[in-house]
Structures are given as C-alpha cells and as structure tokens.
Design a protein around this ligand. Structure first.
Ligand code: PMP
Length: 432
C-alpha cells in the first residue's frame, strides 16, 4: 500500500470522503500502530491513549487478534447455522449479568443495539414515546438521533421530536437547586413525573426510558445515588421499559462492577452494549429480561447478516477471557483511584479544575474559570488537550459546555502511565 504524506491524506479525505467527518487535534495525527494503552505515529512516536474506550483490553491485544485470525481462516457465516462460538459467548456474557437479564441479541454497533432495544420496548409496552436524559447520546441512526439531545439540540440538529421527552441530567456539580448532595432528590422525581404527564396529556404512554448508567457525552457524570431506582419505579408504574445504555460504561470499566447500573443497585429491563465488546471489532448487543424478549417474538424473524457471526463471537469471547485473566476490573479500580486521587491533588493547586468525578477508568475533570460561578473554561480545556499532545498524551473534551476532560483509557493502563499523565497535566495547567 502506498504511504501518503499528511498533506496528501488530508487532501484525499476532502476529495473523496463525506464532509461531515472530523479529525482530532489541530495537527492531525497519522497513527499507524497500537499496543496496550499506546498508539504510535508514522515516525514511531508513542502516545498514551487516554480516550479510547473501545480498545478495552489494549490496542491489538495478541489473544484477541489470534482468536479473530483463527476463526477468520476457518469459517465465517451467520446465525442460521449452529456454531459453538455463538452459544459459548452467550453463556459467558450472560454469566456477568444479574439472573433476570438472561436473553442475548447480537448486533454490530451500539446504535444498532439501541435501535433494537427501542423495538423491544415498543413491542413489550405497546407504546411509542420515550424519555431520555438531557445531553444524552444513544447513536447515529434516525431513531437514535431522535433520542439524543446531544445531537438534535446540537449543531445541525432539528430539535426534539414529539414522541420524545427530555428530563434534566442530574449533574451534582451544577444542580440548579445547589448541589443536592450525591443523592437523588424530589426535583428529579418531579421532572420525571412531568415528562410522563406530558406523554399522557398527548394521549400516549411511555415505551421506554433510555439512560446511560453514567452519562458520557453529558460530561462523565455520576448519577446521584438512588436516581435510577426512583426513575425506574416511575417509568415502570407508567408501563414503560427501562433501558440502560452501557455502550461506554460496560465490561468492567467502572472497576467495582461489570456493569455501571450495578453501582445504582438496580436491574434494568434491557441493557445495550457496544464499543469495548469486540476491542475494536464491530460487535454490539442487547441483553433483555425473558418476558421482554418474548414480546418481540411476533413471528417476524430477527435476522442481522453480520451480527453473531463466528468471527465476531470468537473475538468477543477472547475479550471476556482477557478481562478475567488479566484482572482488568481490579486494574480499573487501582489505576482509576490513583488517577482520581492525583486529579484531586492537582485540583488543590490549579484553580481551573472545578470538579473531579468518576469511577474506575471512567473519569471526568471539569474545568472552570471561576469556582464560585462555575463559568466553563471551554477554550482552556481545548488548549489543555492540544498541549498534552505535545507531551505524548491523547485526551478529549466533552459535556454540554465542552469543558470536561474525559479520561477513559484502555483497561490495561499502568500506574506508571497514570503518573506520567498526571505530571504532564500539572505542567500544562501551570503553563496556561
Ligand atoms: N450509546 C452511547 C452511550 C455511545 O457513547 C455511543 C457511541 N459514542 C453509542 C451509543 C453508539 O454506538 P456506535 O457508535 O457503536 O453506533
């Protein structure tokens, strides 16, 4: 394959590729190789990848690569044939869930998983309307753009559809009533009650409540304790199905649990999975309660050409095995705690860091110009990200004000790599 210069690559992209694609960083990187928590450019320069929540067990993990290569050289078909990999994966994955969540549907992406979850919820409830959290992102298909305030209220968005109600994101750092502490409070319940009333007032009823167990695009938010429990109770009482989007937070990222909803002490009706599931190979899934899956068996076949193919299942099985064998959930807790502690120490010295939050390797640091008024330091956050590239560290910003440093590295990140980041961030914050 010919090797193109940076300038050529940029010109060829704009000549031939869709103009809605974006590039990370002012000086776009040409990354040619990955290993563990690091990426390497064409000059062999290494970068610590703090933002890739897809290559979960490390870039190009040899076990995952070997599993895919082996199966690809042997056979790739679809779910209309019997195959060991498919049922072995179903068994291994479902063993990580509470027993109520016992039926697996495979897809090729997080968007497909959420689309399918919406179909399941509608089939089960007989209803059509949906409640979502403000600033949520659930995928790029037309139906998921409609469930994603992050998109429909963002640039190029066309606003809220009538069948969607939005409840405020419970952000403990920025609650209008002052930090209500880290617990769900009556105003959260009131907001949900109003959303459900609005649905009823338009002669409809709720099919589902979609909610990430820790909102990612919303700014690496930790939901207040009890939030999912009270929201789920309200939604279920109105006949709706509760969907936990674990596309970003699943597979042990939060350290203490396999699934972030477990930190809230709830069992959703449907859980959707994606990103880390295939370590970069495109696989996603829906895990549902049996009665909900049964409502979907209307006689119409669910066939998805690629989903559940033996290669994808072999890859996904290898990912689960590596998480267990390398004790990556424990690593997420150890290194995540070190990052949170280190960021909180930096917060004492750098006024720009307004809030540090997260669990395991799902962490946010919100930058503000003034701690009292919490004016977002959006420009500074972007500058921190750009300057860190010079230190060989890849990071990104997110959140409604784009002022939150989102930290979600591959689960194999070491304490030494975490310390390297903290030292570089200290230097960059001092240099602003
Ligand atoms: N849900 C959440 C929470 C996500 O973060 C994403 C991807 N950013 C999706 C769904 C959609 O996943 P995909 O890009 O694999 O379709």
């Amino acid at each position: 394959m010919p090797s193109h210069s940076h300038a050529d690559l940029i010109a060829l992209r704009s000549a031939h590729l869709n103009p809605a694609l974006s590039l990370a960083y002012r000086m776009p990187l040409k990354i040619v190789r990955g290993d563990g928590a690091c990426l390497y450019d064409e000059a062999g320069r290494g970068y610590l990848d703090l933002v890739n929540n897809v290559c979960h067990v490390g870039h190009c993990h040899p076990d995952v690569v070997a599993a895919g290569q082996r199966q690809m050289a042997l056979l790739n078909t679809n779910t209309r044939y019997l195959h060991d990999c498919l049922v072995d994966y179903a068994q291994a994955l479902l063993a990580t869930f509470p027993p109520e969540l016992c039926v697996l549907f495979l897809t090729n992406s997080g968007t497909e998983a959420n689309d399918l979850a919406l179909r399941l919820a509608r089939a089960h409830s007989g209803a059509r309307d949906v409640v979502v959290l403000d600033h949520a992102y659930h995928g790029h298909s037309p139906s998921m753009i409609e469930l994603s305030p992050y998109k429909f209220n963002g640039r190029g968005g066309q606003g809220r559809a009538d069948h969607v109600q939005v409840v405020p994101m419970p952000d403990a750092y920025r609650e209008p009533a002052g930090p209500a502490g880290r617990h769900a409070s009556p105003h959260h319940m009131l907001a949900m009650a109003r959303a459900l009333e609005t649905i009823h007032a338009r002669g409809s009823s709720p099919a589902a409540f979609f909610c990430e167990s820790m909102p990612g695009c919303g700014g690496q938010i930790e939901l207040p304790a009890g939030f999912l429990e009270s929201s789920y109770a309200q939604v279920r009482a109105a006949g709706g199905v509760c969907v936990a989007d674990e596309v970003q937070t699943g597979f042990g990222r939060v350290g203490s649990h396999w699934w972030a909803f477990q930190r809230q002490g709830v069992v959703p009706d449907i859980v959707t999975l994606g990103k880390p599931m295939g370590n970069g190979h495109p696989v996603g899934a829906v895990v549902a309660r049996r009665e909900i899956a049964a409502s979907f068996a209307t006689g119409m076949e669910y066939f998805n050409t690629y989903a559940g193919n033996p290669v994808s299942c072999a890859v996904a099985l290898a990912v689960l095995a590596v998480i267990e064998r390398e004790e990556l959930r424990r690593n997420a807790t150890v290194v995540g705690t070190r990052l949170l502690d280190g960021l909180r120490r930096l917060q004492q010295r750098h006024a720009l860091i307004g809030d540090v939050r997260g669990a395991g390797l799902f962490i946010g640091a919100e930058l503000v110009l003034d701690r009292a008024t919490r004016v977002p330091a959006t420009r500074e956050a972007g500058e921190v990200v750009e300057r860190l590239v010079g230190h060989g560290i890849l990071l990104a910003t997110d959140g409604p004000r784009d002022n939150v440093l989102k930290i979600k590295p591959p689960m194999v990140i070491s304490t030494a790599q975490a310390d390297h980041f903290l030292a570089a961030l200290d230097e960059v914050l001092a240099s602003l």
